[in-house]
Write a protein that binds this ligand. Structure first.
Ligand code: ATP
Ligand code: MN
Ligand code: MN
Length: 295
């Protein structure tokens, strides 16, 4: 696979202070390495993070230090991170978005080590453009069972006329994301996700769980449909995780989904080869593949 020539990489005017500062101490991954990774990921990542309300997991001292899950601005916030007003909550604190790569570089500078967008853009706040099914394996679950669950969700989306795409979470599981034309509103989208989860647990109660009970999770896969309410978030495609290993949530092709690719296989360090210009983008057709959710 060819690497992206350096001269084609997007650059930023955002000043990184202390680019050598290490965010993942065990792995030695620095602020500069992180911005270089995102420069490579940017063409693929942009449509999933630009102009969407964002929640950020900030770790100013790296992943071993204090962490803050933030939806609102902080003192001294970089001007490339933009405040936006939730049209349904005009009285409350403003939310945050980015509009371009400078915004992403500003997030790196701000030690936002996880980026969690809403499943919609601010152009159509009330009409999400995706359904996110988060597969959370409990103890004693074999990876092949998680893969089988992802494929089962894909089939259920097919039955609804929806194309879906899969990514590693960068943590323990997989995310299956269906592509929607922004038409149905949040309640219908959440109901659809919930119905899929409940029907899977009804069909295979020994395998799947559709209630958020940590106590019952052992030996089951929790089909977490709760990413789909208004204001809920899930980690963005290509976002890093603030966990040891510097893994990223990596979009993959359905054909790649096998025992060789684990949930945290792709990292800031090894992603460059995959993200080279001439390598295929398994999610390239995401927005073209969108269909309307039938009512
Ligand atoms: P894993 O594979 O380990 O499950 P994941 O990203 O799917 O990784 P979950 O624990 O399943 O992680 O999901 C947590 C979700 O909850 C995230 O998608 C995030 O957007 C949301 N969230 C809400 N509040 C918080 C918080 N305080 N800290 C982290 N995540 C939060
Ligand atoms: Mn999960
Ligand atoms: Mn979850």
């Amino acid at each position: 696979m060819a690497k992206t020539p350096i001269e084609n990489r997007i650059t930023t005017s955002v000043q990184l202070t202390h680019p050598e500062r290490v965010y993942w101490p065990d792995d030695g991954v620095s602020k500069q390495e992180l911005v270089d990774y995102y420069a490579l990921a940017w063409p693929r990542m942009a449509p999933f993070v630009v102009n969407r309300p964002l929640a950020l997991l900030r770790c100013p001292d790296g992943i071993d230090g204090p962490r803050f899950f933030q939806k609102h601005a902080w003192k001294g916030i970089n001007s490339h991170i933009v405040e936006i007003t939730d049209p349904q909550d005009k009285e409350s604190a403003k939310l945050l978005k980015i509009g371009d790569f400078d915004g992403l570089a500003a997030l790196v500078q701000s030690a936002a080590l996880e980026i969690h967008p809403w499943g919609t853009t601010i152009d159509h706040w009330e009409k999400p453009d995706m359904i996110i099914m988060d597969l959370d394996p409990g103890e004693d679950i074999n990876w092949n069972e998680v893969i089988a669950a992802a494929k089962e969700i894909r089939e259920r989306f097919v039955a609804l006329g929806l194309a879906s795409f899969v990514k590693t979470s960068g943590g323990k599981g997989l995310h299956v994301v269906a592509s929607l034309k922004p038409a149905a509103a949040w309640p219908q989208v959440k109901d659809t996700a919930e119905a899929i989860a409940h029907s899977m647990s009804a069909d295979h109660p020994d395998r799947y769980l559709s209630v958020a009970s940590k106590a019952k999770r052992a030996g089951h896969i929790f089909i977490d449909y709760l990413r789909n309410g208004r204001g809920n978030t899930a980690v963005a495609p290509y976002s890093t995780r603030a966990r040891p290993g510097a893994a990223v949530s990596m979009p993959i092709a359905w054909e790649e989904l096998n025992g060789k690719i684990g949930p945290a296989s792709f990292t800031v360090r090894n992603a460059a080869e995959r993200l080279g210009n001439s390598s295929t983008d398994p999610w390239a057709d995401f927005f073209e593949a969108a269909s309307e959710l039938k009512s």
